[in-house]
Ligand binder design. Structure first.
Ligand code: UGA
Ligand code: MN
Length: 313
């Protein structure tokens, strides 16, 4: 009888012990799933800023710290390659922006799209998306470097990493052009065909830029004589990233052709172009800068109240 009475208590105690062990194990597994090694440092992703928390919300996304390169750029060797450099970062509209951009770029021949994820690792779902577009691309991760003082400028370290990539992977004897195309702008197809033959530096107007309807070089007899742009008097090349292309040769001729990591906001473009070019060398495109062919559009941050995550946006 006594034996029979003790048995249930024993079973309850033992079950409780097992439950405690299991709970402990589950908590440990959970907390480790939010930690990862970055170099020699253990990073707890729980303490990272809000946008990374948003990223972690979609833990279903597989992450990996490698880059993928698909170099089937042998579309048409008779025309120069256009290298498109796009910094990008995770937010709810990222896939929508990249989809729209891919739909434009897939219509351009002899183009290689270098997309640099502003994070420690690339997103394999995003990589699968790029593969599905049929666009020749390279996708890798570059987080903001510690020594970058100016954290206000967006995409700087990512664009510099893409320039490093070009210098390693491109043979400078092959004609090529570089264009920095942010993921949220709107691009006409025509501008790509015009920029392809850039001798050194080409420029054109950018719609909806710098707080104006457009920013543009002003020409006289085919030469730039001034700019209609935000802070035109303080910047030698007052032009948005979307408004110029460079012949890839400048990377080898003017070292280091990289964006300054301590540039004040709005000074990125001019500081880069001052390293290699003069006003006299600017080739005006878009019918002598009389047509708007790119727009500095910006996507509104969605006001989301319900985070359903069965489907990925
Ligand atoms: C303006 C210019 O058009 C950019 O070329 C310039 O880099 C930027 O200002 C700047 O402040 O330095 P804006 O529309 O304000 O652009 O910037 P975003 O479009 O938000 O960002 C520019 C690019 O960097 C985008 O492709 C974006 O995806 C990427 N980005 C932005 C990152 O990679 N990481 C970030 O944290 C933010
Ligand atoms: Mn933008």
């Amino acid at each position: 009888m006594i034996k029979n009475m003790r048995k249930p208590t024993f079973i309850v105690k033992r079950s409780l012990k097992i439950l405690c062990l299991l709970t402990g194990f589950a908590v440990m597994t959970w907390s480790f799933s939010f930690t990862k090694y970055s170099g020699s440092q253990l990073v707890n992703l729980n303490v990272l800023p809000a946008r990374l928390k948003e990223y972690m919300y979609f833990m279903g996304r597989r992450l990996k710290g490698a880059y993928l390169s698909s170099l089937n750029i042998a579309d048409n060797h008779d025309i120069p390659i256009i290298f498109i450099i796009t910094p990008t970062y995770y937010r709810l509209v990222q896939k929508a922006e990249l989809t729209r951009m891919a739909n434009t770029l897939r219509l351009v021949k002899q183009l290689h799209w270098i997309i640099v994820e502003d994070f420690e690792v690339i997103n394999l779902k995003t990589q699968e998306f790029f593969q599905s577009t049929g666009v020749s691309f390279t996708y890798f991760a570059q987080s903001k470097r510690n020594e970058t003082n100016n954290h206000q400028s967006k995409g700087t370290d990512q664009r510099n990493a893409a320039l490093d990539w070009i210098m390693v992977n491109h043979n400078p004897s092959m004609p090529a052009v570089i264009y920095f195309a942010d993921d949220d702008n709107a691009y006409s197809l025509e501008i790509f065909e015009q920029m392809r033959y850039t001798k050194k530096l080409s420029m054109w107007p950018v719609g909806l830029s710098g707080g104006r309807t457009y920013e543009t070089p002003i020409l006289k007899d085919g030469k730039v004589i001034k700019f209609l742009a935000w802070k035109a008097e303080k910047r030698k090349f007052p032009i948005d990233m979307a408004g110029f292309a460079l012949n890839a040769n400048v990377l080898w001729t003017y070292k280091p052709m990289r964006f300054s990591t301590d540039a004040d906001p709005g000074m990125l473009e001019t500081k880069l172009l001052e390293r290699c070019c003069t006003w006299e060398e600017i080739e005006p495109l878009a019918e002598n800068c009389t047509k708007i062919m790119v727009w500095h559009t910006r996507t509104e941050k969605p006001k989301v109240r319900m985070f359903d995550n069965v489907l990925e946006v």
